[in-house]
Design a protein around this ligand. Sequence first.
Ligand code: SF4
Length: 283
Amino acid sequence: MSLVDPSVFDTGRRPVWCPGCGNYSILLALRKALAELEVSPERVVIVTGIGCHGRISEYMKTNAFHTIHGRVLPLATGIKLANPNLLVIGHSGDGDAYAIGLGHLPHAARRNVDVKLIVHDNMVFGLTTGQVTPTTPLGLKTRSTPFGNFEQPLNPVLLALSSGATFVARGFSGEVEHLKEVFKGAIRHRGFAFVEVLQPCVTFFNTYNTLRRKIYKLEDAGHDPSDLEKAIKLSLETERIPIGIFYRTSRPTLEDAFIHAMNPPVALRQKPADTKKILERFR
Ligand code: SF4
């Protein structure tokens, strides 16, 4: 039983997402996960990119940085190196993380920077009215592919595994309690944690029925998350879609490698800023 109420993470702003959007469940699962782990809001930094997912920084009562398109991971890495005491959680969409921002994912994974990346993957660019992204299924007709998508979709879980991520998982926004447990696993993990969340875009690509039919839980199938070879095989499944923790291992983080330059880390070298003075400039 958690001593923290998930509502402490609620800014009180009413989300503007379409009714039924999978983003609501991701928001709820994240608040619950943080509350159950009794993480204080002051310690959390949410970094978001551009897309419908990006609004989540407005609805989480934590520190937040809504950055430019595709640059969640560089920002999150910098924040973590400057102040390793913070829990840095990046949120990205499939357009943000796998198109313009793709170059950052394998490097964050192989460096094992201690940040969490949650990708809201709805397989289209929702914010700009449903164009293809790198995870759009083959043949899908969208606003930008009226004759059907002809590009082979990317496999994000396989990419994260093959790039050396030390925690790789997949969740489904239609399974909030399960998603919360996946988030808790990612938050507890020391090192780069990648969580791909299958999140239907009810307005431009409603995948709820298909996903509900195909999904099964890795825990129920007795998967051992220390088995990388099995995790890779599972990531290639298409007829059925496994959710849960594919792989988890432990190795030194980027912060461990930079310890010589982080003694103390940049943020802890400075005297605390006089916030009153700063705020007066904006009166
Ligand atoms: Fe959600 Fe799609 Fe609406 Fe964006 S456009 S808020 S992803 S349902």
